[in-house]
Design a binder for this molecule. Structure first.
Ligand code: NDP
Ligand code: HEM
Length: 494
C-alpha cells in the first residue's frame, strides 16, 4: 500500500480496479452493475460544454493592475483610489470568428476581456484590440456574426457574405480598415493594444459624471505579421498565441500594458461634433488626450485551462461604484446579452465558479436553481425587506440622474452619420508600407467575391480617401472609375 490518495467514485466510494471492466467471464459480456465504468463513460460524454457563440478560441492569464496616477477627480471607484493600489485581474484574449480549435495566427479582431477582482465586486471590461466596432446598432450584431461564421450550405466561411454585409453597412468601414491593416494580424497577444471601445461613465465623490474611454497600450511594442508570415506560423503551429503567452509568463517575462483613459465632461456630449456614444468612432487624441492611469501586468498562468479560462464568464454588466454605463446602444444590448449567454453556457450560478467569484462579499436573495451549492447566511432572511438582519440596500451607491430626451422610436442609425472621415484619417496616418499591406490584404480577402459587391465596397473606400480605393483596385487588378460607382446600389431595404 502506498501513501498516495485512495481513488474513488464521485460519490466517494473507494475504487478497487481502474484497469479492468466487470464482465461475466473473462471474454465478457459486461455487467450493468459496473457503475465505475458507467460513471466514467457518462462523465466523458459531458466533458464539453457549449463553446462561446463568438470569441470561442482564447488564451488567458492572471495579473494585476497597479495605479500610477491619481484620477480620483474623475471617479470614486475603489480600484483607482490611490497611487500604488494593486488589483488582481484575469485577461482572456480571443479571436472572434473561429471555433474553439481554430488556429491562432489568423487575421481577425482580438478579444480583450478583463475581469478585475475589485474591493467592491468584479469589474469586467470586455473589449477588443480595436477602439471601434463593425456595427453601431445591436440589431445588426447577429447578422454581422452570421457573415463571419460558416455558410449554412457549404459549411465554409464566405468572403461574399462578409463583403456583401460590409458593403451594405458603411458604418463598418472604420473597423474593416483596422482589420485589413497590418494590425489585423498581431504577431502575438503581447504585441497588441487593448481598448474598452465603448464610452463608459465615471462618477466622482462629488457625484459628477464624466464620459470615459479605456486604452491599454502594449509596452512590448506593436508587432504584426503579414498574411504570408501568418500562414507560415499556422502551418507549423495552430496554438501560436497560446504558446507565446503561456511560455513568456512561465519563464517570468511578464507582458505589460500602460492603462490610459480619455475623459469627456458630461455636458460636452451635447455639443461635441462626434456622437460620443457611437461605437464606430474614436475620440481624436487631439480633442481628448490620453491620461495615464496605471500598469497592467500578466504574471500567472491558470492551473487548469478549462476551469479558469473556458469557464470564465466576462460580462459588461459587471460594473462597480464610480464606473457606469453610457447610452451607447451596443453597450446597452451587451448588458443583457452576456449574462444570458453565461446562463446558457455555464448555468445560472456561473458567478459561483471560482474564476468568476468576486473576492469581495456577495449577498443576494436569489434562491434555488440548478447546481446551487451555497446557502444564505441566515435561513430566515430569504426575502427582502425582512426583520432578520438580511443584507440591505445602500443609497450611497445611487448614481446621479442622467438626463435623456427624445421620442421612443426606431431611429435610422445610418442617417446623417459620417462613416468615412475617421476611416480616412486612419488610412492617411499609415506609412506607404502599411498602405501597401492594407491594399494587398483587402484584395486577398476579396477572392471569389462577385464584382458588383467589390465595386460597391470600392465606393466606400473612395469616400474615405480616393487613394484608398485606387490602391485596392490596383491590388485587385480592376479598372476603377470613381464616377461610376454607387455605394447606394442594392440596399437590403425594400
Ligand atoms: P492620433 O495620431 O493621435 O492617433 C493615431 C492612433 O492610431 C494611435 O493610437 C495609433 O496607435 C493608432 N494606429 C496606428 N496605426 C493603426 C492601425 N493600423 N490600426 C489601428 N490603429 C492604428 O490620431 P487620432 O486620435 O486623430 O486618430 C486618427 C485615427 O487613428 C482614427 O481615425 C483611428 O482610426 C485611429 N485610432 C485612434 C484612436 C483614438 O483613440 N483616438 C485609437 C486607436 C486608433 P499607437 O499609439 O498604438 O501607435
Ligand atoms: C463574447 C455578444 C459586441 C467583445 C461574446 C459572447 C456573446 C457576445 C454572446 C459570448 C459570451 C460567452 O459565451 O461567454 C455580443 C453582442 C454584442 C457584442 C450581443 C453587440 C450587441 C461586442 C463588442 C466587443 C465584444 C462591441 C468589444 C468591444 C467580446 C469579447 C468576448 C465576447 C472580448 C469574449 C469574452 C471572453 O473572453 O469570454 N459577445 N457581443 N463584443 N465579446 Fe461580444
Amino acid at each position: 500500500m502506498t501513501n498516495r490518495p485512495q481513488m474513488t467514485t464521485t460519490g466517494g466510494n473507494p475504487i478497487a480496479d481502474n484497469q479492468n471492466s466487470k464482465t461475466a467471464g473473462s471474454r465478457g459480456p459486461l455487467l450493468l452493475e459496473d457503475y465505475q465504468l458507467i460513471e466514467k463513460l457518462a462523465h466523458q460524454n459531458r466533458e464539453r460544454i457549449p463553446e462561446r457563440a463568438v470569441h470561442a478560441k482564447g488564451s488567458g492569464a492572471y495579473g494585476k493592475l497597479t495605479i500610477t496616477h491619481d484620477i480620483t477627480k474623475y471617479t470614486k471607484a475603489a480600484i483607482f483610489s490611490e497611487i500604488g493600489k494593486e488589483t488582481q485581474c484575469l485577461l482572456r484574449f480571443s479571436t472572434v470568428a473561429g471555433e474553439r480549435g481554430a488556429a491562432d495566427a489568423e487575421r481577425d479582431v482580438r478579444g480583450w476581456a478583463l475581469k478585475f477582482y475589485t474591493d467592491q465586486g468584479n469589474w469586467d471590461l470586455v473589449g477588443n484590440n480595436t477602439p471601434v466596432f463593425f456595427v453601431r446598432d445591436p440589431m445588426k450584431f447577429p447578422d454581422f456574426i452570421h457573415t463571419q461564421k460558416r455558410h449554412p450550405r457549404t459549411n465554409m466561411r464566405s468572403a461574399t457574405a462578409m463583403w456583401d454585409f460590409w458593403s451594405l453597412s458603411p458604418e463598418s468601414l472604420h473597423q474593416v480598415t483596422i482589420l485589413m491593416s497590418d494590425r489585423g494580424l498581431p504577431k502575438s497577444l503581447r504585441h497588441t493594444n487593448g481598448y474598452g471601445s465603448h464610452t463608459f461613465s465615471f462618477i466622482n465623490a462629488e457625484r459628477e459624471r464624466f464620459w470615459v474611454k479605456f486604452h491599454f497600450k502594449t509596452l512590448q511594442g506593436i508587432e504584426t505579421m503579414t498574411n504570408e508570415e501568418g500562414e507560415q506560423v499556422i502551418a507549423k503551429d495552430r496554438e501560436s498565441s497560446q504558446r507565446d503567452l503561456y511560455e513568456h509568463i512561465e519563464k517570468g517575462d511578464f507582458p505589460k500594458w500602460k492603462m490610459q483613459i480619455q475623459v469627456m465632461p458630461e455636458k460636452d456630449a451635447d455639443t461635441y461634433h462626434i456622437n460620443p456614444f457611437d461605437l464606430t468612432k474614436v475620440w481624436p487624441h487631439s480633442d481628448y488626450p490620453c491620461i495615464d492611469v496605471g500598469i497592467l501586468e500578466l504574471n500567472r498562468n491558470p492551473e487548469n485551462y478549462f476551469q479558469e479560462i473556458e469557464q470564465a464568464a466576462f460580462n459588461p454588466s459587471n460594473i462597480v461604484p464610480g464606473i457606469g454605463f453610457s447610452p451607447d446602444k451596443m453597450l446597452q444590448a451587451r448588458i443583457f446579452s452576456y449574462a444570458d449567454a453565461h446562463r446558457y453556457r455555464l448555468g445560472v450560478w456561473y458567478e459561483k465558479l471560482p474564476v468568476n467569484l468576486p473576492k469581495s462579499e456577495v449577498n443576494t436573495y436569489h434562491m434555488d436553481g440548478s447546481m446551487n451549492f451555497s446557502k444564505p447566511s441566515s435561513s430566515d432572511a430569504y426575502y427582502e425587506p425582512n426583520s432578520f438582519n438580511g443584507p440591505v440596500e445602500n443609497h450611497d451607491f445611487d448614481e446621479p440622474p442622467l438626463a435623456i430626451s427624445g421620442d421612443a422610436d426606431r431611429y435610422d442609425h445610418r442617417e446623417g452619420n459620417d462613416d468615412y472621415t475617421q476611416a480616412g484619417n486612419l488610412f492617411r496616418i499609415m506609412s506607404d508600407d502599411q498602405k501597401g499591406q492594407l491594399f494587398g490584404n483587402i484584395a486577398a480577402a476579396m477572392g471569389g467575391v462577385p464584382e458588383n459587391i467589390i465595386r460597391r465596397q470600392l465606393g466606400h473606400f473612395h469616400k474615405a480617401d480616393p487613394a484608398y480605393a485606387a490602391g485596392v483596385a490596383r491590388a485587385l487588378e480592376m479598372d476603377f472609375d470613381a464616377n461610376n460607382i454607387s455605394v447606394q446600389e442594392e440596399s437590403s431595404a425594400l
